[in-house]
Design a protein around this ligand. Structure first.
Ligand SMILES: Cc1cc2nc3c(=O)[nH]c(=O)nc-3n(C[C@H](O)[C@H](O)[C@H](O)COP(=O)(O)O)c2cc1C
Length: 201
């Protein structure tokens, strides 16, 4: 399969956001599982999360998490975030930068909770907080979520620990390791019209 070569900045920009919107709907997409970066006590931290919604118009990406987790503590201290993905087939790297808001009991959290299948919420009914030291390897999940089918009732107790994390992107860095050469572009949204430029890779 030949790899398309992009020579127009608007096309690159649309392509990146189309891919993110597709990934939020398609569990098999390379951008479905993204690396999410935060800063905690002046130290960078990374972890993989599942992209749950992407909205090109609002430049927003969302995932869900446990409100007791370290990343939530980090975001309460510093709302600057970064996302990263490397697509080994299309040979593109994306890096996105922005800010995050943590949604506990508002409409954003309710909408994300309600849109998810019980299976994807099965990690939340966990009485012991993530990151707690334990004597033996154990997932500490509620037994009800360990046998199929997982129902809404099985996961309802996890709502108290669920958060939606909504990020709004203010800069996109795109790098393409195309067989013809390496190409890089940057998009910034600080001004209303935004700024787009090719960059030396
Ligand atoms: C493939 C994959 C998908 C994951 N998806 C999520 C997710 O959507 N939300 C989440 O909070 N953690 C997810 N995790 C777990 C995180 O990577 C991380 O281990 C956990 O959230 C604790 O991170 P923290 O200590 O930085 O808060 C996922 C891990 C993997 C490997």
């Amino acid at each position: 399969m030949s790899i398309p070569r992009y020579t127009d900045l608007d096309t690159v920009h649309d392509h990146v956001w189309d891919a993110l919107e597709t990934a939020a709907e398609d569990p098999g997409h390379p951008y479905r599982q993204l690396t999410f970066g935060t800063v905690h006590e002046e130290t960078p931290d990374l972890r993989t999360v599942v992209l749950r919604t992407a909205d090109a118009g609002a430049r927003a990406l969302q995932f869900h998490s446990d409100r007791r987790s370290r990343k939530v503590a980090a975001l309460r201290e510093n709302d600057r975030i970064a996302w990263h993905a490397w697509d080994t087939e299309s040979l593109e790297q994306i890096r996105l930068y922005g800010t995050a808001t943590v949604h506990v009991d508002d409409d954003v959290a309710a909408a994300l909770w309600e849109s998810q299948s019980p299976g994807s919420l099965s990690v939340y009914p966990r009485p012991t907080a993530p990151g707690t030291p334990i004597d033996e390897p154990d997932d500490k999940l509620d037994p009800a979520v360990k046998s199929d089918p997982i129902t809404d009732d099985d996961v309802a107790g996890g709502r108290q620990y669920f958060v939606a994390i909504r990020t709004v992107i203010d800069r996109v860095e795109w790098l393409h390791l195309h067989p013809d050469g390496h190409y890089r572009a940057r998009f910034e949204y600080a001004s209303d019209e935004g700024e787009a430029t090719w960059v030396v890779p």
